[in-house]
Write a protein that binds this ligand. Structure first.
Ligand code: SAM
Ligand code: SF4
Length: 344
């Protein structure tokens, strides 16, 4: 109508984030640093170049961003990296975020760690309301552990696991299945984990970032691992779907839970409920795609409505799925950035 001005479109500052395929975003993974005290052979090159420290979001900025996501319907936060527990003063971020657990806005605050610093942080994590931690561990052999992680000390990780269990934290062990490296040890890892009351999730190598080795030489399809285990154990499919790439079974003989993350041999994207934030404020809508949105600029402009709008615009671009492929003809990784940047 003449003379009536249309109101400008208002950014949604409340209400859930839903992508164009109808997937509600309820899970945010936050890589708080790309640095690490290990150099796992499938994850990093030995002489990794890290992001300049000046580009990093402060812990206060990370808190603000995470809190905005919580206000927009995120119910689960996972703090990861790089190695999250090497970031200075990281416990203050957990302490701050725990307020969302107290209000009931957040269901779960968790962490993925290599375990090297867990012994000194386990009790504080539990005090912040963390109930479960994922600890990455690919072998129980100290020598092999050193070869895989290059710089890691297995005894420190074992101390971390003991401290976490003493603090009452539930533990899921993540193990990357590596051809000719730990493939003969997977059953041992599983029975060890289950005996200690820990779940085990096996992960296929993903083509993320340049490393020295060829990923095709590391890649072990979990279909083969599963078939081998199924010949000796009763694997009962579990219905729980986390919106992620893992499929779980109960192992009747051990009573424990075993997960398989098979991004290459299966497409898990139809139920994907997650996005990933890097330590410099880049939001990746898919682990397996290059597209991202810069949230640091609107964050530093200090207007939460603009920031919320930037997040909405990013979610509107969440792709249907990834394009991972590991192939002998393909020399370059499918995605240029390392897992330590986007957060595993
Ligand atoms: N540093 C912590 C840790 O190792 O648990 C957290 C970050 S790490 C990038 C998260 C997970 O990603 C780990 O379980 C690790 O084994 C896994 N990971 C790293 N690079 C990978 C790759 N190229 N393919 C598959 N999994 C990978
Ligand atoms: Fe570090 Fe985790 Fe990558 Fe290993 S997998 S190098 S512990 S970030």
């Amino acid at each position: 109508m003449w003379g009536t001005k249309l109101a400008p479109a208002q950014p949604e500052t409340a209400g859930p984030l839903v992508d164009p395929f109808g997937r509600a975003i309820s899970y945010l993974r936050v890589s708080v640093t790309d640095r690490c005290d290990f150099r796992c052979v499938y994850c990093m090159s030995e002489d990794m170049a890290f992001l300049p420290k000046r580009d990093l979001l402060t812990l206060e900025e990370l808190d603000r961003l995470c809190s905005l996501f919580v206000a927009r319907g995120v119910r689960k936060l996972r703090i990861t990296g790089g190695e999250p527990l090497v970031r200075r003063n990281i416990m203050s971020l957990f302490e701050g975020l725990s307020r969302h657990l107290a209000t009931g806005a957040l269901d779960e605050l968790t962490v993925t760690t290599n375990g090297s610093q867990l012994a000194r942080h386990a009790r504080d994590l539990a005090a912040c309301g963390v109930r479960r931690v994922n600890v990455s561990l690919d072998t129980l052999d100290p020598e092999k552990f050193r070869r895989i992680t290059r710089w890691g000390d297995l005894s420190k990780v074992m101390e971390g696991l003991d401290a976490a269990q003493a603090a009452g934290l539930g533990i899921k062990i993540n193990a990357v299945a590596l051809k000719d490296v730990n493939e003969d040890e997977i059953e041992t890892l599983m029975t060890w984990a289950h005996r200690r009351g820990m779940d085990l999730t096996l992960i296929e190598v993903m083509p993320l970032g340049e490393i020295e080795a060829r990923r095709v030489d590391q890649f072990l399809p979990l279909s083969a691992v599963r078939a081998r285990l199924a010949a000796r154990y009763t694997l009962q499919d579990l219905p729980d779907r986390t919106g992620g790439p893992a499929r779980y079974v109960r192992v009747a003989e051990t009573g424990g839970k075993l997960g398989f993350i098979t991004p290459l041999s299966h497409n898990f994207c139809e139920s994907c409920n997650r996005v990933r934030l890097t330590c410099t404020g880049q939001l990746f809508m898919c682990l397996g795609q290059e597209d991202m949105a810069d949230l640091r600029t609107p964050l530093r402009e200090g207007d939460d409505r603009l920031l919320s709008l930037a997040i909405e615009n990013a979610i509107a671009r969440k792709p249907k799925g990834h394009d991972f492929i590991i192939d002998r003809r393909q020399a370059r990784p499918a995605v240029g950035r390392h897992m330590s940047v986007t957060g595993g």
